[in-house]
Design a protein around this ligand. Structure first.
Ligand SMILES: [Ca+2]
Ligand SMILES: [Ca+2]
Ligand SMILES: [Ca+2]
Length: 409
């Protein structure tokens, strides 16, 4: 209260001085920002330069002489008083104009309907959280310090070109992202629903960062295979336990490899669902590991439901993959395109499915059940039924989760 009163007295003095248009300057002691509001002052018969001269210790955050406005921070209690001053045309709050946190890509697959429908009954499971559900992101690492990924990563597996660098543990620094790609993918899955930045499809899901690609975005097939095996085993190094990854999300691809396929089969045998990007070569078939029948292959669509030329044909399903806004290194947000962006939409959808299944007292679905569920609930696009451009269609998070809660009871 005292602080507030002091503010008021101080500011009244300042404003009275301004009213007198005295040539003396004003000194304002620096204070805590508490109780202050950022306002735009539209000036009348008085230019910005003059305002500045008479208030040279005012912290003017911005001035736009062409519009005769200045931006300053003042105690909320004097806004009304200020607006009545003769040289003030108007005072308005300088509100934050943000991007919409929930972007088109999350809306178009009906994810917000999942959140709003199931949150009241199943709590955080509606946002992809369950104590035992983990999505392993095999990529360039994850910027785990990004404010929009706060608490999203709880384990690191790094297998990068050299067995000496192999790491498995909770020191997330070893899985930090020097590229941005992995952080973008992680954000599409699990960026937090926190009123800022963007939101992922499963904004309370927990991730394992599995760094198998280097700063340039490439890595050996053996690193990917090792990453799959280690993600399956999880922190306790035993496959088939609660801490195993449940979903392995692979926004990467290349040619067929026996070793890679065996790693896929290993994961599949432990009921880990695998999802991969179809690839961006405009090829007639998905690249590998998306090429394997045990892996859900995801192609890209844009916001007009069109599949770009570069999205490899014959995917299982398609998901948003053109101009997707997501998290990036150094706390940034970046638009990116590729089947790499499409893949994590499906991975996150599966996290929602499994978390909701467990929350409702049902068992987790097996990879083959998940695949059947994802393709059968997809929104058919293009020619009726399966077609080589859209696969079975656009993944529908709401239809998939709703069906998941009624099947295999
Ligand atoms: Ca957010
Ligand atoms: Ca385990
Ligand atoms: Ca179709």
């Amino acid at each position: 209260m005292l602080q507030g009163k002091k503010f008021l007295v101080l500011w009244t003095l300042i404003l009275m001085t301004l009213m007198l248009l005295s040539l003396s300057t004003i000194t304002i002691a620096s204070r805590s920002e508490e109780g202050k509001v950022r306002v735009i002052i539209g000036l009348r018969n008085y230019n910005v330069k003059a305002f500045q001269e008479r208030c040279n210790s005012c912290v003017i955050h911005l001035e736009i002489p062409e519009l005769n406005v200045v931006v300053i921070e003042i105690p909320k209690s004097i806004v009304n008083y200020l607006s009545k001053l003769p040289f003030v045309k108007y005072v308005e709050e300088d509100n934050v104009v943000g991007i919409f946190e929930v972007q088109w890509n999350v809306e178009i697959i009906n994810t917000t309907l999942v959140w709003s429908t199931y949150n009241s009954t199943y709590g955080d499971a509606a946002y992809g959280y369950n104590a035992t559900i983990r999505v392993a992101v095999l990529d360039t690492g994850i910027d785990y310090q990004h404010t929009d990924l706060s608490g999203a990563v709880d384990y690191c597996i790094a297998s990068l070109r050299n067995t000496k660098t192999f790491y498995k543990g909770t020191n997330l620094k070893n899985c930090n992202d020097q590229n941005g790609h992995g952080t973008h993918v992680a954000g599409i899955i699990a960026a937090r629903l926190n009123g800022q930045g963007v939101a992922g499809v499963a904004p309370k899901a927990i991730l394992y960062a599995v760094k198998v690609l280097d700063a340039s975005g490439s890595g050996y097939i053996s690193d990917v295979a090792k990453g799959i095996v280690e993600a399956v085993k999880g922190p306790d190094n035993i496959a088939g336990t609660d801490d195993d990854a449940d979903i392995i999300s692979m926004s990467l691809g290349g040619s067929h490899s026996n070793t890679l396929y065996n790693a896929v089969l290993y994961a599949y045998s432990y009921n880990v669902t695998l999802v991969a990007a179809a690839g961006n070569e405009g090829a007639s078939q998905p690249s590998c590991p998306a090429c394997y029948p045990e892996v859900i292959a995801v192609g890209a669509i844009d916001s007009n439901y069109s599949v770009p030329d570069w999205s490899n044909r014959n995917p299982d399903v398609v998901a948003p993959g053109v101009d997707i806004l997501s998290t990036w290194t150094k706390n940034r947000y970046v638009y990116a395109s590729g089947t790499s962006m499409a893949c994590p939409h499906v991975s996150a959808t599966i996290a929602l499915i499994q978390a909701l299944r467990l929350a409702s007292g049902l068992r987790k679905l097996t990879p083959s059940e998940i695949r059947e569920l994802i393709v059968s609930t997809a929104i058919d696009l293009g020619t009726e039924g399966y077609d080589e451009i859209h696969g079975y269609g656009l993944v529908d998070t709401y239809a998939a989760t709703t069906t998941a809660l009624t099947m295999h009871k």
